[in-house]
Design a protein around this ligand. Sequence first.
Ligand SMILES: [Zn+2]
Ligand SMILES: [Zn+2]
Length: 261
Amino acid sequence: MSEAASDVARPEASSTVPLNGLTVGPFQSNCYILGPTAGGSLVVVDPGDEASRIEGAIDAIDGALAAILLTHAHLDHVGAVAALKRRWDVPVWLHPDDLPLHRRAAELGAAYGLAIEQPPDPDRAFAPREPFVIDDLSLEVRHTPGHSPGSVTLIGGPGAFVGDTVFAGSIGRTDLPGGDTRTLLEAIVSQVLSLPAQTRLFPGHGPETTVAAEAATNPFLSGLLEPCQRCGTPLPHRLAGCKGGHCPGCGHPYPHGDCSD
Ligand SMILES: [Zn+2]
Ligand SMILES: [Zn+2]
């Protein structure tokens, strides 16, 4: 690498983008504030409730709010969107498969006895393979349905924002409209556990965890994984036993098997 090249901003600089979090509302939802980026931008993920607290946290950081990102549209993740949007008028991002839920947020909140201000329709649609990029922060978008049809996992900066897809020691509920357990488990195995083992996971509720910790100890996932014969990396059963492929940890090849799942 030449002297000059070392001055060029590199993508891994995003790992230094600061992360702040606060837990809001009766469902104890995690709201994350990413930034400031190199250009002074802030991004808020899942402003679920307690808008004035979130505004205070944003005000306390030397940066300008540039976007509101939603991992999914359940009412406990969108309850402060309207207030933030009113103050800053920045684009709101959501996967389109959660738009029907989004449009019913206030109605569903009322069913829980909660006064949720109906958020305006999102401005932008998340699409897999189209990363969200702002300054030195780049977030890969992975569609991880099952908890809700349009749930996404946003990967970049300090780790992966998984919403209610997977938690420390648990998984998202699938008994709400549009939920499906098999879809959720498939998404977790293929889209989340396939990340590097040390990746930090920031869930929509509860403490942060890692890919390695959930692969090793999450009781909902244990039957879906088996250790690589060579290096021990937990592998999806369909990779090690059915569809064949290579261990992402060591490259050990697995032949195509004959089981049905
Ligand atoms: Zn949810
Ligand atoms: Zn939630």
